[in-house]
Structure formats: structure tokens, C-alpha cells
Design a protein around this ligand. Structure first.
Ligand code: ZN
Length: 411
């Protein structure tokens, strides 16, 4: 069972306006084994709303985190783009904060140690916190990254603090949006962070989702869709302040925030500039979000028509990337085995399993050359450049990619 939210996840206000309903969908990362194909999959309502008080965009439903994250299928290290991104930000933080062996860097939702490994190589003390036990084990055993297999929050932070742990840098990449107890998580960050420390937090940016009709980034793991305006309210409540902000291209467009204790706040010119822009766009008003629901419906119809026409014309079709956004896209658009033959993915963990809901089999990427479908629907469009480069041989032999967002096109 999932619980429907009675109030805003950030401020608790009870006036939440609906933006888009995606109906009932299966859990996006719950890939099926062949034995599970006979079972009925659990499905949950998926409704996007906006808080009229603090303007946080969020989904109403909360699937218990124990159900969602204990066995997580996303290994960061399977993406070259994510590894490069991690190495760059690690190097930058080491120089800017003058980190040494005495420094402590803590990453929340540290995954398989893909990022902390770059600090570790420079002799800096690191600690990962990663709730998925299978993923935490990989971090410890293959990278030597000490990792607690727990959900981070105020309680864990207090325990670390009592044990003398004070973080010079706290990193939380692509996790804040996944946290059911948002205020508890941010309170924990404040506890863990040294007086002069910095928390570097990356979240997908709601502005990009709206502008680019990225409705497939909506799934049950992903509870919140942040604007800077909503984030400033959240951190302020916990004695923290956003010192700097950058717009970065990962995950279809994200914000990278540099968060400090409010007493330590110095120049925040960049933050004030983006807040002013957001006020101009109207991110705190329902009108800004209303067109998004309609745009998602239009995209769904166009994509379905494009694929259906190709199929009727005798073309063979497959898809690339067994990611969570692929589950949302395929299920919302009603694209299943009658149109696509299979999905390929680089992660051995996913190969041999099936996509939730639509139940397409997942094969290794080599299958593209062996089976040679005419078209491949790129579900992981956020990694389009990397994937098309890796699959150049497929396009050299005449295969074509279809990119679904911001509007369906043959690449
Ligand atoms: Zn609110």
C-alpha cells in the first residue's frame, strides 16, 4: 500500500493543486524475473501536484522506502557520463575546499562509491550512506569505500555526530527528491555539517521538466520536483542557506546547490539572480505548470502514432535503456510487446529481467547488432550522446534512434 499525502512534503500546507495524473503505474525500478511474469504486479496511483503555499511540486503518493530502495537496480558506475561528472566535481571540491587527509567527505545515497572513490584516491577520509544493501556492498568490496547501509536522516546524523564525525563536505546528488521525510533529511544535513562546511546538493530542476515535457522523470521514487524558490524555503526552515547555485545538464537539467549554515552565508548574488528569474517565470503559480499536463498528453499521442506507423510499415523496433523513466514512458504511452521486441541495457543486473508493466525482455546492448532492428527508441535520452557514440556501429549499419522528448524525433 502507498499513503496519499495529506499535506505538503516541505511546509505541511494542505492546499495542493493537481498538475498531471499518470494513472496507476507499476514501480519503475521493479524489474521482473522470468518467475515473476506469472504474478500480478502491484500498481500505485501517480499524481503530480503543486503546493500553493511554498510552491513545491511533488507527487501525492508515498510508497514505503523499504519497498523501493532496499534492492536498487541503478548502479551509477554503468554510465561513463556520470563517472566523468563525479570525477570533475570531486576534483573541484578538493581544490576549492583545500581538503586533506584530515577532512571528512560524506556522501548521502553514495550508490556504489562511484563518486567517493575520487576523494579516496587523494587520501581524503570518506563515508558513504547508501540504503540499498546490495549496492553498499559493491562500494565496500570493490572500491574500499566505507559505506553504511542505512536511510540517512536526523537520527543517523546525530549518531555520527556523537561519534565525533563532522563533515567538511556533505554531498547529496540526486537523492533529495527521493526522500519521504524531507525535513528530517535536511535536519540531518545540518547536524552533520561543520560550521564552515558546505553541502553540495544536486536535484533535477522542475523548470527543465516543464519546458521539455520530461513527464517520464515522474515515478514513485521521485517524490519532489524542485525549483530554487521551493528549496530556499526548505533550507531556511532548518537554519541553512543556499550560498550558490549552478544549472547543470545532468538528468535532463539539474540544479547544483552549495548550502551552508545560515550564519556563514556570505555573497549569494547568483542565488538572488535565479530567484528573481523564477519569480518572473512564475514558478510559484499554478499557471506555470498547467500546460505541462496537456503537453504530456500530446507527446504521448505523437510518440505512439510514430512508432505504430513504423511498425505497420513493416519496420522492426526495440528500445535502449531499462531505466525508471523508461518504465513511466512505456506504461503511460501504452508501448509494449506489440510494438517493441526488446530493451537493451549495459547493466548485467538488469539483463535477463523484464520491464515493469509492459514486460519487455532486457538484453545486453550487443543484441542491437545481432538482431538489427530498424529503429531503437532511446529511453535514456539524458545520455543520448554517450549512447549513440557507443552504438555507432549500429547506426553505420543503417539503424536509427528515436528520441522521445521534448518531442519525438528520429535522430
Ligand atoms: Zn509547501
Amino acid at each position: 500500500m502507498s499513503d496519499a499525502q495529506a499535506g505538503c512534503r516541505s511546509c505541511g500546507a494542505t492546499t495542493l493543486d493537481e498538475i498531471l495524473s499518470l494513472g496507476r503505474t507499476p514501480l519503475a525500478n521493479r524489474l521482473l524475473t522470468s518467475e515473476q511474469l506469472d504474478e500480478t504486479e502491484p500498481t500505485y496511483a501517480l499524481t503530480l501536484v503543486c503546493c500553493r503555499s511554498c510552491s513545491l511540486v511533488q507527487i501525492l503518493e508515498t510508497v514505503p522506502p523499504e519497498v523501493l530502495f532496499r534492492e536498487y537496480a541503478y548502479f551509477s558506475s554503468y554510465s561513463d557520463t556520470m563517472l566523468r561528472h563525479a570525477e570533475t566535481i570531486a576534483g573541484r571540491l578538493i581544490r576549492a575546499r583545500e581538503l586533506t587527509a584530515e577532512s571528512l567527505v560524506v556522501e548521502l545515497a553514495s550508490n556504489d562509491g562511484y563518486l567517493l572513490q575520487y576523494f579516496l584516491k587523494q587520501g581524503i577520509t570518506v563515508l558513504g550512506v547508501e540504503p540499498a544493501e546490495n549496492v553498499a556492498r559493491v562500494a565496500r568490496e570493490t572500491r574500499g569505500v566505507p559505506t553504511l547501509a542505512e536511510f540517512f536522516g536526523a537520527r543517523v546524523a546525530e549518531r555520527l555526530w556523537e561519534g565525533g564525525q563532522r563533515a567538511d563536505v556533505v554531498i547529496a546528488n540526486n537523492v533529495l527528491a527521493h526522500v519521504a521525510e524531507l525535513n528530517d533529511f535536511v535536519a540531518g544535513v545540518r547536524t552533520l555539517l561543520k560550521e564552515e562546511g558546505v553541502a553540495v546538493i544536486e536535484v533535477p530542476y522542475v523548470k527543465e521538466m516543464i519546458d521539455r515535457t520530461e513527464f517520464d522523470t515522474i515515478y514513485h521514487e521521485h517524490l519532489c520536483y524542485f525549483s530554487l524558490t521551493a528549496l530556499v524555503h526548505l533550507f531556511h526552515r532548518h537554519g541553512l542557506a543556499v550560498k550558490d547555485v549552478e544549472r547543470i545538464p545532468v538528468h535532463g537539467g539539474s540544479l547544483r546547490l552549495f548550502v551552508v549554515h545560515r550564519d556563514a552565508l556570505g555573497d549569494d548574488t547568483g542565488v538572488r539572480a535565479l530567484l528573481a528569474e523564477e519569480a518572473e517565470w512564475g514558478v510559484d503559480r499554478l499557471a506555470f505548470y498547467e500546460g505541462f499536463g496537456r503537453a504530456a498528453t500530446v507527446l504521448k499521442d505523437r510518440l505512439y502514432a510514430l512508432l505504430h506507423d513504423l511498425k505497420r510499415g513493416g519496420k522492426r523496433l526495440a528500445a535502449y535503456g531499462a531505466a525508471a523513466k523508461g518504465t513511466t514512458l512505456l506504461n503511460y504511452c501504452g508501448i509494449g510487446p506489440e510494438i517493441l521486441e526488446f530493451v537493451v541495457d549495459r547493466s548485467p543486473y538488469k539483463q535477463g529481467r523484464y520491464m515493469p508493466g509492459v514486460r519487455l525482455p532486457i538484453h545486453p546492448p550487443e543484441r542491437l547488432l545481432e538482431s538489427a532492428p530498424d529503429y531503437v527508441l532511446l529511453l535514456t535520452w539524458n545520455l543520448a550522446d554517450e549512447i549513440m557514440e557507443q552504438q555507432r556501429e549500429y547506426t553505420v549499419r543503417g539503424g536509427r534512434f528515436i528520441v522521445p522528448v521534448p518531442e519525438p524525433r528520429i535522430a
